[in-house]
Design a protein around this ligand. Structure first.
Ligand code: PHE
Length: 340
């Protein structure tokens, strides 16, 4: 009888294909009312001799069971670990074995590359590159630039305000609507003379279309010294455009423009072609820095003059590369980015 039971038990152990199933087999034979346990319970009714011989028999059965159990348990544990490792296996030699699997590497975003180009050109003309702040205060974005709170020009640039007032002088925090606040910060920090550009992202709360996005990139320029006039601005801009666009044929026009922080102010448009249509795109505002702005920056307007400009790098990119929708630039669409 015990041999038959052992045979059954060993078969059950071999058939268990998981640790859980194996544990169930153990309960079935060695649990509180397991078959081997029940057999042991019958011993107490036997005579001493019978008890000895039966007892040895059952002990042998139990040992046989335990041995097979432990072996199977080790085997199943190892199998489970192997399966896990197999699932996690990552063949680092794959690319060497298969050279035709090319490695994809990232490249610099076209806008960043253009910004570097612009920086390079202005650096060669003696300009320093400076950084502004993307989160500004009402004071730097408006007041110091001669745009008091009641001024209608504040409506020209719809603003993202942060729900966070600073002190009363600086007003609310906001996302800068232009790079011009950097003019004041640079004057405060370095005084005059100054020859800098400040590239960066700006934000406007407006509806987007093919030529407007709520986030775009500008490059601010500021040139302050004694005896500076608009003729210098025109000279620098001509040189810049020639280097930036190279051989590409471009048409520009200058016209008077109004910005509270310059006097007089001008605007530069460039001809943008889309299919067989073309239209003038406003690309840059500029002018002689207003005396109030020089004062806000801590400079003496009787002693120093200068000009400032701010152009849309994103719009320049559209013209340079013939991009017909500004929103593509920040779309992160690889079909677009891979063209550069
Ligand atoms: N800050 C202006 C704008 O964003 C551009 C500008 C800069 C105009 C400097 C004049 C001088 O529209």
């Amino acid at each position: 009888m015990p041999e038959k039971l052992l045979k059954q038990a060993l078969e059950a152990i071999q058939a268990a294909s998981t640790i859980t199933a194996l544990k169930e087999v153990e309960v079935k034979y060695l649990g509180r009312s397991g078959q081997i346990t029940e057999l042991l319970k019958t011993l107490k009714d036997l005579s001493p001799e019978e008890k000895r011989s039966k007892g040895q028999e059952i002990q042998k059965l139990k040992n046989g069971f335990t041995e097979a159990y432990t072996t199977r348990e080790r085997y199943l544990q190892k199998a489970e670990i192997d399966a896990k490792l197999q699932a996690e296996f990552f063949d680092i030699t794959l690319n060497q074995i298969n050279p035709q699997r090319s490695l994809e590497s990232g490249t610099i975003h076209p806008l960043s590359r253009l910004q570097r180009e612009v920086e390079q050109i202005f650096a060669e003309m003696g300009f320093e590159i400076a950084d502004g702040k993307e989160v500004e205060s009402e004071y730097y974005n408006f007041e110091a630039l001669n745009i008091p709170s009641h001024h209608p020009a504040r409506d020209m640039q719809d603003t993202f305000f942060l729900d966070h007032p600073t002190d009363t002088k600086h007003g609310h925090l906001l996302l800068r609507t232009h790079t011009s606040p950097g003019q004041i910060r640079m004057m405060e920090k370095h005084g005059a003379p100054l020859r800098i550009i400040i590239p960066g992202r700006v934000f406007r709360y407006e509806a987007t279309d093919a030529t407007h996005d709520s986030t775009f990139n500008q490059v601010e320029g500021l040139f302050i010294d004694q005896g500076i006039g608009l003729a210098h601005l025109k000279g620098i801009m001509n040189e810049f455009l020639q280097r930036f666009f190279g051989d590409k044929e471009i048409k520009v026009r200058f016209r008077p423009g109004y910005f509270p922080f310059v006097e007089p102010g001008i605007e530069m448009d460039m001809l943008w072609k889309k299919g067989n249509q073309s239209k003038w795109l406003e690309v840059m505002g500029a002018g002689m820095v207003h005396p109030n702005v020089l004062k806000a920056g801590g400079l003496d307007p009787e002693k120093y003059q200068g000009w400032a400009f701010g152009f849309g790098l994103t719009r320049m990119a559209m013209l340079k590369y013939g991009i017909d929708d500004i929103r593509l630039i920040h779309s992160n669409d690889l079909r677009f980015l891979n063209q550069f």
